[in-house]
Design a protein around this ligand. Sequence first.
Ligand code: PLP
Length: 409
Amino acid sequence: MSDDLNMTDALRTRAEELDAADPLAKRRELFALDDGVVYLDGNSLGALARHVPARMADVIAREWGELRIRSWDESGWWTAPERIGDRIAPLVGAAPGQVVVGDSTSVNVFKALVGAVRLVDDAARDEILVDATTFPTDGYIAESAARMTGRRIVPVEPGDVPSAVGPRTAAALVNHVDYRTGRLHDLPGITAAVQGAGALAVWDLCHSAGALPVGLDAHGVDLAVGCTYKYLNGGPGSPAYLYVAERHQARFDSPLPGWNSHADPFAMTSGYAAADGVLRGRVGTPDILSMLALESALDVWDGVDLADVRAKSLALTDFFLECVAAYVPSGALRSLTPAAHAERGSQAALACTEAPAVMRELIARGVVGDLRRPDVLRFGFTPLYVGFADAERAARELSRVYGEVTRAA
Ligand SMILES: *Cc1c(COP(=O)(O)O)cnc(C)c1O
């Protein structure tokens, strides 16, 4: 047997052993995944949990079809945003009553950032620091929020926020995990530095919630937002969430004070009075179908220990990168994935000039990652349904495809 075959056998055996010892391995059965496909795009659209279609059939046929308007009360539709917020809360380390679900992440960035500037309420603090590497929508929204509040945007790399924050800073908006490279930023350290300078810290958790423990309360975060269709598997376009720390809620002044956030919405009065608590983060009538699909999807987290999720996520990305190093000629791919565990989210990012062709061919062969133009191959590792054999197979296919694509070029 050649060395290559020995190496492949050894890695496949290791993968089997790691899967056999994985406390989360059985969770995969909860998802509608076929064994022919290695799904490494759960950081973009989480997989469907098998039980969700039956729940949605009931929501549509009975709650909507039969109960109709009665469902706002009898089926708990009206209180869904705060009820589901409390289901998400433990996944981001928040005590109940601080998370409300609704709208998109983009809209929640707007609420959180304008809300933060209003909480600070100090004209001398005329700057908003924004993660220079942010997912674009946060930057676009922040720019508009700054114009509306008479502040100016200062783009800063997350690692430089502690030295950039100062007496002119109102708030800092940072992505917890970089969507491109998978780099995990120092939420406790950056939050402490921002608050030490008298400003507020607003975090975007889109690429961390559901992949690793976030610890919003433990680290004293002020405001946070996140989406639910990535690692939380809520479904395409499922509503996002807003976290407002309890200590800020009484003064939180939403820039979108729709009637759902009113203290007495059905009084239908012309004057606005904000509801108590995180409810004031609500806006208008919630998107009930998407919201209830999300609620149902969250069942897969029952009994899951986030420490196991984090341990498996790191082991998966380590093992995938080890397999890539073993199978792909050195120098062919440039890993953007931070080597240090403390700086790594739950994805591997590899750069190569042939990335578009490589990803197209990988997907055709059942290894589904995605491309961030121009040259980044992204592989998301969702610990509830991706296993070590998947990681090995993905690396093996990647090496074959890479060889074929570069020989053809
Ligand atoms: C996915 C993602 C978003 C998406 O925002 P939408 O309003 O849901 O389209 C925003 N910010 C970050 C950091 C993301 O990763």
